[in-house]
Design a protein around this ligand. Structure first.
Ligand code: ACO
Length: 402
């Protein structure tokens, strides 16, 4: 680990780098990303291998603890999570206080932050590693329950309690979709697709939400408070909120009679704030490797479920046209992870406003791993500088003289 305490703040010189486009905030051993070559690896393993061969909880373990788990380690991790999927009944009362039209991301971030009240020992920055382990298990276990409950609250339906006989993803799907007094069979095609999507979203180095988690955590705020901040950062349409915005855009194109060139022209028009949602990335200046995998998965999942979605055809056509357009070519704008993920979520029956919550479910282990790494390397509190551009010293004017 880097001995950050030895790095002293330089006085006098301040670099301005809006959006931190070229500023590294940390050293990290978790995720490797080469934006020029389109490479993404978690702890050295390629995203392609992990998406094909691993389960989401194996990947979560890998991200958080650094190595792929042995069978016994995986069994323990999975069982510990299963033992904590229930959420305190008073958290359900907090949920019930939200209006049914509350966006589920706001509900989720509030419920996650409320864990600080139910487990106040998590506020102690000097907790033992066993206590930190328990916080990690709790948040991994409870976020799917709270996410599914946020959806049920929107519908005004009773919530489903977790089933310990089901695996992580199957349990989530059941909590999302089962209705009282109706038998519910979890479709393995949907579970496999969800597992893959969560793996693809599990970490992405120092993106906006992860940086938010690390920054909040750097003040020694609890894991729950830090991850709640990450959920809020993810919500915006330029970050995780893009998956919702993509489907809305594709739907609008469909309603517009499939007039793709009109939307391409709008995206290129500098006087129009419209952007092609799901296109472009701060780091990938070549194809986003996750988008490749998701595009293929979208075809497979829709095929297996027997769903024909005209929006998938619009997405493919849009990609084809954009990738041949000088504007997108010059700026190296390719489809990102969010371009096709919404189409799969839709085929799974997940409503549009839950898409970003799905992203949060996937990103959770990445946030945890990054928070843990930051705390274990004793990083100093994050506190960027500025160049002041306001007025010089002014004489105070009394209220009557203004
Ligand atoms: N549509 C049209 N033009 C675009 C797009 C787009 N989607 N993305 C970037 N551009 C243009 C910009 O207008 C700019 O053009 P200019 O050089 O003529 O001024 C140029 O490409 C560079 O764009 P920046 O905004 O400077 O790139 P930045 O790295 O700051 O932004 C971002 C990256 C936010 C992802 C951007 O590409 C975007 O807004 N994409 C759409 C939203 C989206 O899909 N977000 C999800 C990102 S992935 C994730 O968070 C999981």
């Amino acid at each position: 680990a880097v001995d950050i305490s030895k790095l002293r703040a330089a006085s006098g010189l301040i670099t301005i780098d809006p959006g931190y486009k070229n500023t590294g905030s940390t050293k990290s051993g978790i995720t490797f990303l080469d934006g020029e070559k389109g490479i993404l690896r978690y702890r050295g393993y390629s995203i392609e291998d992990l998406a094909e061969k691993s389960s989401f909880l194996e990947v979560a373990y890998l991200l958080i603890y650094g190595d792929l788990p042995k069978q016994s380690e995986l069994n323990k991790f999975q069982n510990d999570i299963k033992m904590h999927t229930l959420v305190h009944e008073d958290i359900k009362r907090i949920l019930e206080g939200f209006p049914s039209n509350a966006h589920p991301m706001g509900v989720l971030s509030s419920l996650v932050c409320s864990l600080t009240a139910f487990y106040p020992e998590s506020l102690d920055p000097n907790r033992s590693s066993e206590a930190v382990y328990l916080s990690i298990i709790r948040i991994m276990a409870k976020v799917p329950t709270m996410a599914a409950w946020a959806h049920k609250n929107e519908l005004g339906h009773p919530v489903n309690y977790p089933s310990n006989n089901l695996d992580y993803c199957a349990n989530f799907i059941k909590m999302m979709f089962a209705v009282p007094a109706e038998p519910f069979e979890v479709d393995p095609v949907i579970v496999d697709a969800l597992d893959k999507l969560l793996i693809l979203h599990a970490d992405h180095e120092q993106n906006c939400s992860t940086s938010a988690v690390r920054l909040v955590g750097s003040s020694q705020a609890s894991l729950y408070a830090s991850i709640s901040a990450g959920i809020n950062a993810l919500w915006g349409p330029l970050h995780g909120g893009a998956n919702q915005a993509v489907i809305e855009m594709l739907e609008n194109i469909k309603k517009d009679g499939g007039d793709i060139p009109k939307y391409i022209a709008k995206a290129k028009d500098k006087d129009d704030p419209f952007r092609l949602m799901g296109f472009g990335h701060r780091v990938y200046k070549n194809f986003d490797p996750r988008a490749r995998i998701i595009k293929k998965a979208a075809d497979q999942v829709l095929g297996k479920l027997g769903i024909v979605d005209p929006v998938l055809d619009i997405a493919k056509k849009l990609e084809e046209i954009a990738l041949e357009d000088e504007y997108f070519v010059q700026r190296k704008l390719y489809p990102n992870v969010d371009f096709y993920s919404g189409i799969i979520y839709r085929a799974m029956g997940i409503p549009t406003e839950m898409f970003t919550v799905m992203f949060a479910l996937g990103r959770l282990p990445g946030w945890i791993a990054q928070w843990k790494e930051m705390r274990e390397s004793n990083e100093p509190i994050g506190r960027p500088r500025q160049v002041y551009t306001g007025p010089n010293a002014r004489n105070y004017a009394e209220l009557t003289d203004r």
